[in-house]
Design a protein around this ligand. Sequence first.
Ligand SMILES: NC(=O)C1=CN([C@@H]2O[C@H](COP(=O)(O)OP(=O)(O)OC[C@H]3O[C@@H](n4cnc5c(N)ncnc54)[C@H](O)[C@@H]3O)[C@@H](O)[C@H]2O)C=CC1
Ligand SMILES: O=C(O)C(=O)COP(=O)(O)O
Length: 396
Amino acid sequence: MTKFAIQTLNAISPVGLQRLDRDVFDVGTDIRRPRAILLRSADLHSVEVPSSLYAVARAGAGTNNIPVDRLAALGVPVFNTPGANANAVKELVIAGMLLAARNLYHAADYTRDLVADKHLSGADLDKQVEAGKKQFAGFELPGKTLGVIGLGAIGVLVANAAQSLGLKVLGYDPAVTVKSAWQLSPQVEQVASVEELLSRSDMITLHVPLVEGTRGLINAQRVALMPEGSVVLNFARGGVVDEAAVLEALDSGHLHAYVNDFPSEAGAIHPKVIALPHLGASTGEAEDNCAVMAVDQLSDYLLHGNIRNAVNFPEVVMARTPGTTRLGIFNENKPNMIGQITAALAEAGLNVAEFTNKSKGEYAYTLVDVEGEVKDALKERILAIDGVIRARKIEG
Ligand SMILES: NC(=O)C1=CN([C@@H]2O[C@H](COP(=O)(O)OP(=O)(O)OC[C@H]3O[C@@H](n4cnc5c(N)ncnc54)[C@H](O)[C@@H]3O)[C@@H](O)[C@H]2O)C=CC1
Ligand SMILES: O=C(O)C(=O)COP(=O)(O)O
């Protein structure tokens, strides 16, 4: 059997990689015609998609670094790992709230300077510590209001944690899932608009994907709605915030701080910005969780054609029927596709043992287990059906 070649474009946790049986998979950075790409934040937009490619797996949540639509049109699923790094981000958001509320970043700089630059020690150091501390006096979290925009895997954890720290929590998500709604603390108040959330929050935190609809979500008009002295936390993506508008509001004193995970040239050196080097998912635990989930989903797809957690195709999982050959077929979501596919199978004299088809947006995916030999001519016949994008024969 030819091995599946998997190219890794970022450091992926060995806890995940070791789940790939090396008798079945070749794994490395230097693979020329990969069947699959396994990555974190590497930018795939500028990379030519190799014709050999069957799948892309993102060990993480955000897929804005991947040409998801272009790959869907080629019948290439893009997997991600929903929730696998959510706790790591939640903890950093809580840390970010405290950094801003207690002015910790500047306070630590102040004490370092007393020793490193001013060379103070002993009683002189104690004196300056006590004299300087008043400029860093902050505020406490209980009683303050946190607005959470995006109540998915991360937003729900942040909302619940903030609630248990004594904050009043407002949430906004126009497409909240049933799963999120079940997990969300009943004390979190859902508001009807971003505007309402902004005008009632002392701090806001963003947990939406970067897509066309969320680019520049926090802009000058919306910043103006926030109360004087409020804080913006952005652990989603840089592009969700119009940073120039936020910097202006920091300069005018309207905003107190901007804590984010996506440094820009202007932001990184601004005195009221705390810019971290994209650390949200950088814990051993999150890296292991994401790698395990990405690897398991990817190998299940390569070996069995099952699709779980693809952002561009529906969830299609079917147990293998012993003694059959499996076909995985991607097609446009339009009428009479199933009829034409099953007609082609019947013409070839093949009996269908199991069949499942699901659609998501513009595309659909079929898994079918057939009894008898699947000849190349049948695959060609299926590929010739108008609207079929890709067909793959998966041996048992
Ligand atoms: N800083 C970091 O290292 C990390 C950043 N992220 C970022 O966080 C994002 C969210 O991650 P998850 O919570 O795991 O994703 P998720 O898919 O579970 O949740 C996203 C939520 O945003 C909602 N949403 C979409 N558009 C919206 C809008 N216009 N207004 C309000 N809500 C909207 C969706 O309905 C969904 O409930 C990722 O897409 C990624 O960009 C994720 C992990 C680590
Ligand atoms: O999962 C995400 O969306 C992240 O932003 C984490 O990115 P990373 O895997 O740390 O490069």
